[in-house]
Design a protein around this ligand. Structure first.
Ligand SMILES: [Zn+2]
Length: 87
């Protein structure tokens, strides 16, 4: 039974699947980790990122897009490359 396709402004109240709460927990931890990483100018901790600090000099070499990706993902540039699979 799908709850999709309803009016986008209506919040559907449903019964969460167990998998969904595990996913939510993972997402929450990931977001907390990301916030902490970004506010300390380092990469997100393993296994998401490498956990290394990003020096201000290194960060200055990031392109505006890289910085945006970093602020969203909390991943340093090498980890972004790994994560997004650019080769
Ligand atoms: Zn990293």
């Amino acid at each position: 039974m799908s709850t999709r396709g309803q009016h986008p402004e209506v919040h559907t109240i449903g019964i969460p699947e167990p998998e969904a709460s595990a996913l939510k927990e993972f997402a929450t931890k990931t977001l907390q980790e990301r916030d902490e990483a970004v506010s300390n100018l380092r990469c997100a901790a393993e296994p998401i990122g490498c956990g290394k600090e990003i020096s201000p000099e290194e960060f200055a070499t990031y392109s505006p897009l890289d910085k945006k990706e970093y602020s969203m993902s909390g991943l340093c540039l090498p980890c972004q490359d790994n994560f997004f699979g650019s080769e």
